[in-house]
Design a protein around this ligand. Sequence first.
Ligand code: ADP
Ligand code: MG
Length: 323
Amino acid sequence: AEVLLEELDHVGPATAQKLMDAGFTTVEAIAVSSPAELATAADIGESTAAKIILAARQSADIGGFETGDVVMERRKLVGKLSTGCVEFNEMMGGGIDTQAITEMYGEFGSGKTQVAHQLAVNVQLPKEQGGLDGSVIIIDTENTFRPERIKQMVEGLSEKYGQEYDYEEFLKHIHVARAFNSNHQILLVDSAMELANELKNSDKPVRLIIVDSLTAHFRAEYIGRGTLADRQQKLNKHLHGLQRFGDLFNACVVVTNQVMAKPDAFFGDPTKPIGGHIVGHTATFRLYLRKSKGDKRIVRLVDSPNLPDAEAIISVTTAGLRD
Ligand code: ADP
Ligand code: MG
């Protein structure tokens, strides 16, 4: 069961409330904070803050070392989720990895949400069909989740595999929550952990979490240079929470990021991802999506730790993603 802040040594009800108000809603968040940061947030002395952090670290059991064989065991479990597109899968070394964050960035309309919907369908398929036999959690920040689209894609699968699929069954394994602001969005990762825990031993454990969009609320709420550091710090914590989710549940973590036009760029691509290098350094795989002719989209793999930079062409059709 989750440890409540008040159960930590040196944290009374008032301090717990102040910590929560400042966004330190979990023991993990406290465990990775600095004494100065926590002292300011909860209006306490730095030495008390240091003691609280120590208590949180012991309670959360983080910062511990793992031996290589344990890491190896976990890595053996890494699953591959099919995108439904041959080139795209090949570029990703077979599919989207579990235990990793995959970021899709691109302009409005480049297909990020479409790919997310397709993955939410595919993850439910059996392994022979490129799925992970799992359910999916979607944190929807832009209100773009469409069950009708899932229905079309499931019908597309029936066509593709010449087998009947029931779209209502697929919808039952998609858990969607709207996030109303960035704080709510971060809190929803904790709720997602609870839900994933509940489903852990079911026939459809959570194997995919999608945050669409990762950055929209952050961009809207943190405007101006002065608040940028604050934004990056929060985004960083959020991403680490998501990475932890991926590791704990052997799930794919897929986040989207809309790029803004950068009209002063004369060379290269006139766009750059929101969240800049914070997202860049935390995401394991970065995919840059752009529009091409008709329903074609170009997906470019950028900066992967173990795969060459490459491009794949996909089509976004009514029946779903196709080659
Ligand atoms: P974003 O990158 O902003 O999330 P989307 O994933 O929402 O972009 O992509 C929107 C595009 O997806 C539309 O412009 C259209 O080309 C395509 N699309 C959306 N719905 C359908 C559909 N039912 N049938 C075919 N194409 C669709
Ligand atoms: Mg979208």
